[in-house]
Design a protein around this ligand. Structure first.
Ligand SMILES: C[S@@+](CC[C@H](N)C(=O)[O-])C[C@H]1O[C@@H](n2cnc3c(N)ncnc32)[C@H](O)[C@@H]1O
Length: 373
């Protein structure tokens, strides 16, 4: 059986996601704004969850149709055989997004959809599945755009950026899926010594280590599809076994990081330990001006502070000037710097050779490339 899938991602990372899907062997891969559509069998949906580093979710398409009014939405939802997808003892939840449509309230759209599902069960008996917004067995994604509704099964459940290795939810401006997506966009070859001299909680370092070790991002977590009625345990076991078998034990090059903040570095160390990559990631607490990586890095990627908070002006400029000095010592390296501020990169006193626009949460950022001579 062949299904239509859609995987959303952060704006600007669509190309990275398409690269990943093509490598996975997905069919009819097509970039869309904020994601990619693809086709494949049931196993492809499972594999996408296990392997996609850039996606936020993997959704399996159910139905699309007109929804120019709440009644039209109700009628559309009523044409779907929900009893095939949800058991009366299971829970479900609707996650709605509404844009450019007559229906403007996403929660109202979710309520109508829920009513249609529940009413279908009531036609057949007194029992019905209940709603659990926190941890539903069957998470359903509803997208209404220009009066057309699309319904999907969210096969992932919690966002795929939650890999399971982050010890605490840090106030990091960079999530795991964005870090991985940026690494993919840079086309880092996964064998050149990599360094993040302002590593914070270590997101680039862990994601890079997992990529180089060929360790699937989904190895340590649970997915919503495991609770779905059509779950094929044998298919999933084969995909897990294959992913476990692929993990390399070590790397022939180092992944190195530093940060001046001991608290951030402690979180980075815990992340590295939890992620099972302490043998391949080298961390040290240092000001970037004093940092001398143990091996000369051929690839630098970093996310310096760019003033999301007020009152960071002076210190910020100094940090960027120091980073510029550090980079100038890395002759021969390719460096990539993520910035959400137009002026600060000038303080590196280096000329960028490429700029990739990318969203980081609500911030419009640029990933800048510098070829250090
Ligand atoms: C935006 S955060 C990096 C977040 C990181 N990518 C992560 O995954 O958590 C910027 C980091 O730069 C560090 N930093 C700022 N100035 C520095 C300096 N002069 N030397 C070393 N680290 C510095 C801060 O301590 C902070 O952890």
């Amino acid at each position: 059986m062949r299904f239509d899938y859609f995987a959303p991602c952060t704006l600007g990372l669509e190309e990275a996601l398409v690269t990943e899907l093509n490598q996975l062997g997905a069919g009819a891969v097509e970039a869309r704004r904020g994601g990619a559509a693809f086709k494949g069998d049931r196993a492809m949906g499972y594999r996408a969850n296990m392997w996609l580093r850039t996606a936020i979710r993997v959704q399996r398409f159910i139905k699309r149709g007109p929804a120019s009014s709440p009644e039209a939405l109700y009628d559309l939802v009523s044409t779907i055989n929900w009893r095939q997808m949800i058991h009366v003892d299971q829970t479900f939840a609707i996650d709605p997004s509404v844009r450019d449509s007559t229906i403007t309230h996403s929660q109202y759209a979710a309520q109508k959809t829920k009513d249609a599902i529940v009413d279908m069960f009531r036609k057949f008996g007194p029992r019905r599945p209940s709603v659990d917004k926190r941890d539903p067995d069957i998470p359903i994604k509803l997208v209404i755009q220009r009066n057309e509704a699309s319904l999907y099964l969210n096969l992932s459940g919690a966002s795929l950026h939650k890999r399971g290795w982050r010890p605490v939810q840090v106030k990091s401006p960079l999530n795991e899926a964005i870090a991985a997506g940026l690494l993919i966009l840079t086309e880092w070859d996964r064998r050149t010594p990599l360094c993040d001299p302002m590593c914070g909680s270590g997101t680039f370092l862990v994601e890079a280590a997992h990529m180089a070790l060929d360790r699937a991002p989904g190895l340590n977590r649970k997915f919503a599809f495991e609770r779905m009625r059509d779950f094929e345990a044998d298919t999933w076991k084969a995909i897990r076994d294959e992913a476990e078998g692929r993990v390399k034990k070590s790397l022939s090059f180092p992944i190195m990081g530093a940060d001046r903040h001991s608290g951030a570095l402690k979180i980075a160390q815990d992340s590295v330990d939890n992620a099972g990559v302490s043998g391949v990631v080298d961390l040290i607490c240092r000001e970037v001006d004093h940092y001398r990586p143990p091996t000369k890095p051929g690839f630098v990627i970093t996310n310096p502070p760019y003033g999301e908070r007020l009152g960071e002006g002076e210190d910020l400029t100094e940090s960027w000037v120091s980073l510029g000095k550090f980079l100038k010592q890395c002759s021969g390296a390719t460096a990539w710097v993520l910035s959400g501020n137009k002026e600060l990169p000038q303080k590196l006193f280096l000329k960028s050779s490429r700029r990739i626009p990318v969203h980081n949460g609500p911030l419009d950022c640029r990933l800048l490339r510098y070829d250090i001579h």
